[in-house]
Design a protein around this ligand. Sequence first.
Ligand SMILES: [Zn+2]
Length: 176
Amino acid sequence: MKIEIKLNDTMSFSISTMLFTILIFFSIIFSGCETIANESANSNDRERFIFPLQSKSHYIINRFGSYKNLFTEAEDFHDGIDIRASVGTTVIASLDGVVFFIGEDKYYGKSIIITHNDDFKTLYGHLNSYNVKQGDIVSRGSKIAESGNTGYSTGPHLHFGIYKNKIPVNPLEYLY
Ligand SMILES: [Zn+2]
């Protein structure tokens, strides 16, 4: 009997320790996300990036930041914006830069990453085809790809992300 009680005490102790650890873990993760989402753009950076499609009249179907994942029901983080665009829409470089990566990603599908000055990178995902190759120098507004529906996508759209020092920032704060 005594042994049984002892066991239960140990168990409840380790469960509460585990719950506490999980709580700490999540609070660290979510406080981190909040910092990223709330970080506002430096005024010098605000008007350098242009909308990655030729026409601005495209709906933004998913914004940057935390959201509830409908499949897993868990809190998730979207590190860019999703812009509705039919397959074959011209995708343009948001800023002058060098093509750093071209390839297939499990989530972003066919994607391109461009490096810019001052540790900025932009990512273009779910593409249909590429018009540049790795190492190409691109200028702001030049055609780099055609949008598509590749990778983890629920319909034709362009995923567009801006990273500052490898940290995702809200593109809507930087675009004009
Ligand atoms: Zn997206």
